[in-house]
Each structure stands twice: as structure tokens, then as C-alpha cells.
Design a protein around this ligand. Structure first.
Ligand SMILES: Nc1ncnc2c1ncn2[C@@H]1O[C@H](COP(=O)(O)OP(=O)(O)OP(=O)(O)O)[C@@H](O)[C@H]1O
Ligand SMILES: Nc1ncnc2c1ncn2[C@@H]1O[C@H](COP(=O)(O)OP(=O)(O)OP(=O)(O)O)[C@@H](O)[C@H]1O
Ligand SMILES: [Mg+2]
Ligand SMILES: [Mg+2]
Lengths: 222, 222
């Protein structure tokens, strides 16, 4: 469902040029649960940004469902992103001016749903991550792990085809991390959701079908 | 050096009242290396904020070096914070408009040091965390783990008496996490720095002298 062919990404600042991705070849089939590991700065978040169409590669091709992404308009790309992909960002990217409930509703705004249906789905997602008692809080009123779980609720609320999760359990204790993994496994098994997850935790990675490893921008095993 | 007596902290929003800390009694002696564990939302960051004088308890007393904190002026409190305490925040709190080097210099601005001395010390701290090649980058140009390491460099640059580290290895791979623990152990052993560190990682906690555990705002073992 996702095919990367010789994808490279270079970041240039005034002083330094960084090859964050170096000729990545990767295929992820529909319904796969893939984990990505590697040292700090090795390109993992960059990979997720590129797969998630949040950033363009410097070189190479990306195909989603057999269609070359570079042939799509910005509007089509935004539509794919909003309807088919759920993101759990490393920094959560919650909107500080919105309550927890409103943050989780955001992916649903791009669908033709009633306000009451959106609220129902957002409440169900928040219950799934154990945050029913915090729906009216604002992000500044939450602990680090609670923010992470709001981000997870937002990623799963619309049952996307693909979830890109950047260290979704990094700020969570073991018990809560296991709860989150159960949620992801249920989506993968029951909804056939494709999941690409970055993690630093070997025990978490072992629970996925396949693990790829990055080092200095290159994929180093398959 | 740190004595908490019956410290409680209540957060009130429009809808809910949360007892984040419930009558905490805790003594941390000079030069101790203490870890704090517990589930998400159990009060760990709140504890660090209160110890670090970034927030006031709702009830109870805090003594630093035998002096009651509530008898100090805001100016004295800010002085203690700036000169004696280094923070590694869970969200890093880097200043986006400043380069990596300038971010790390911040704690030194409150001391009477020349610009060249500040720069020397900041460069040394950044070398210590493996970021010498990123000094002119801005936080938006860094990976998650790189931002965390900048936060650690900023916490250690002024060799504070006390370091409060909120999950300092949460975004780091094992190898880098071990590097950071070596840095903290060196400061604790060689500089007698007191360290209070929140972590979700049992292996990391075992490397400290003592671990306290929180659950629902209460300390549950000693
Ligand atoms: N500013 C605030 N306003 C309201 N409630 C808050 C505020 N800050 C924290 N809380 C609540 O207080 C409780 C303790 O929060 P705290 O950040 O100390 O937890 P934590 O143990 O650090 O959790 P984590 O492991 O998720 O970081 C949580 O339930 C949280 O929602
Ligand atoms: N916007 C940017 N501008 C310049 N360099 C960048 C930018 N974003 C990332 N980089 C650099 O590209 C490299 C890869 O970054 P990336 O965020 O993909 O790493 P990562 O594997 O996710 O690391 P971590 O485990 O620390 O989150 C890093 O060296 C980083 O400094
Ligand atoms: Mg990353
Ligand atoms: Mg916390």
C-alpha cells in the first residue's frame, strides 16, 4: 500500500546539510504492523513525515495504493491526509486553545458528520484511552502522558486506513503503554488498519510483525 | 537538603478538582540520586515543579537547605531557581527563536560571566551530549531526542546544586539513554549534585540510589 523507491531527504540550514533519509526503499503492505527503530537523529520522524505526506522527499518516489504521490495536487494530498491517515506526533501537536474533546474531533471535521456524531465518536475514542474524566481540560492542564493519549485518541477517532505513530508510548508507564498497544493491535486485527510505529522500546517492537532499523539516514536491515 | 512536609497540590478547573499531590512527606539529602516512578497522571511532574519552586503547593511546607521557602520573596525564589537548580522539563521548553547554543547559555545569563566564558561553557555542555554539530540549529530543526539533549545540556551547563530531570531519556534510544545516565552519574559522584529524576524505565531507576513511587497523588513506598 506504501511504496518508497530511492527516497532521500536533505535538510539544509545556513551551516550544515543533513541527509536525513538516504535512498530508502520500503514497501509496507495493507494491514501490516511495522515498527521503526534507530538512534536519535537517524531519520525515523522524517520517514513518517514523508509517508504521511507532511513533507516532500528531496528525491525518489512514493506510491500510495499504487498511485504516484507527486502527480497529485496539494488539495488531493490534503484530502488523503485528512481522510486516510491518523498521526500520533512525537510532540503531540495538540491545539492549546481547544479542549481535549475538541482536539480529538478535529480529524472528523473533514467528513460529513453531524456535531452530535462527532462528539459521540470523540468521547468513545477518549474512553478507549482512559481519559473520559478530562474531556473539558485544555492541553496545559494535562500531564505528559495524558497529552500523549489525547494525541492517540485523535489519531484513531476516524478509523483511518493508516496510522503513523511516532513513539506513542514514550511518555507512558508500562501498564498504560500496554493498554495503548492493545488498542493499536485491535485496530490492526479488526479494522485491518496499517500501522507504522516508531519506538525505542524493543519489547514494544517485538509485538509488531516486522521491525526495520535506521542508522544515519539509511535503512540497515529488512 | 529538600524537605517536604505534608505537601498537597490541588488543581481546579471549571469541571473537576484534581488532587495531584496528597500530603507528601519526602526528604532528599544533599548528593542523593533519587528516581520517581508512577503511572501517567500520578503527580510526578507536579512534584518536580513544587520542589523546583516553579509552582506553590496548596498546603504543606518545603524547606531547602533548612530554610522554609514560603518565607522567601519572589525575587529570592527566582534567584535560588536560577543559580541552584537545573531543569530538564518533560516537554523540554526550548525557546524557538534562539539557536541551540543560545538556549544552553540561558542559565548562565544570571551569573557574572563574560560572553566568551558563557559560550565556552555552553559548547562544552553540548559536546558532552553529542551535539557539537548542531550549535547553530534552531529547535524546529532538531529531532525529538536532539531537543531533549539540548534541554539536558542547558540543565547541566551551570553545574547546579540540584538537577530536576523529568524523563530525561524518554525520547532517546538505549545507547544515548545510557550516555545521558553516565553524565548524570558523573555530576552526582564528582560534583555532589543532588538529582531527582522521573523515569518510566525500571532499568534506569535501578541505577539510582533510591526510588520512590507515586500512585494517584500519593507516595506509596519508601
Ligand atoms: N495545570 C493543571 N490544571 C489541571 N490539572 C492538572 C494540571 N497539571 C496537572 N494536572 C493534573 O494533575 C495530575 C497530575 O499531573 P502530573 O503532570 O503531575 O502527572 P505525571 O505523573 O507527571 O504524569 P505523566 O507520567 O503522564 O507525565 C493529572 O491528573 C493532571 O491531569
Ligand atoms: N527541519 C529540519 N531542519 C534541519 N535539520 C533537520 C530538520 N528536521 C530534522 N533534521 C535533522 O535530520 C536528522 C533526522 O531527524 P529525525 O527527526 O528524522 O530523527 P529521529 O530518528 O526521529 O530522531 P529522534 O529519535 O531523536 O526523534 C537529524 O539529524 C535532525 O537534526
Ligand atoms: Mg523522532
Ligand atoms: Mg509528567
Amino acid at each position: 500500500m506504501i511504496d518508497l523507491t530511492d527516497v532521500s531527504k536533505v535538510y539544509r540550514t545556513d551551516t550544515i546539510e543533513t541527509l536525513a533519509l538516504n535512498k530508502i526503499n520500503l514497501s509496507v503492505r495493507n494491514g501490516e504492523f511495522l515498527s521503526v527503530m534507530g538512534p536519535s537523529g537517524s531519520g525515523k520522524s522524517t520517514l513518517l513525515n514523508v509517508i504521511g505526506l507532511l513533507d516532500k522527499p528531496s528525491e525518489g518516489q512514493i506510491e500510495l495504493d499504487g498511485e504516484e504521490v507527486s502527480e497529485k495536487s496539494e488539495r488531493e494530498i490534503a484530502k488523503i491526509r485528512n481522510e486516510k491517515i491518523g498521526f500520533v506526533f512525537q510532540s503531540f501537536h495538540l491545539i492549546n486553545d481547544l479542549s481535549v474533546l475538541d482536539n480529538v474531533e478535529i480529524p472528523l471535521l473533514y467528513r460529513e458528520l453531524s456535531a452530535s456524531k462527532r462528539k459521540e465518536m470523540a468521547l468513545a475514542a477518549l474512553e478507549n484511552v482512559g481519559l473520559s474524566a478530562r474531556t473539558k481540560h485544555f492541553p496545559s492542564q494535562l500531564s505528559g502522558g495524558q497529552k500523549q493519549r489525547v494525541a492517540i485518541a485523535r489519531a484513531i477517532v476516524g478509523k483511518p486506513n493508516l496510522i503513523l505513530a511516532d513513539e506513542p508510548t514514550g511518555n507512558l508507564d508500562s501498564a498504560m503503554g500496554n493498554e495503548i498497544m492493545k488498542i493499536l493491535h485491535d485496530l490492526n486485527q479488526n479494522e485491518k488498519t496499517t500501522i507504522v510505529m516508531v519506538t525505542h522500546d524493543e519489547n514494544i517492537a517485538k509485538q509488531t510483525e516486522r521491525t526495520i532499523r535506521f542508522f544515519d539516514g539509511s535503512k540497515i536491515n529488512d
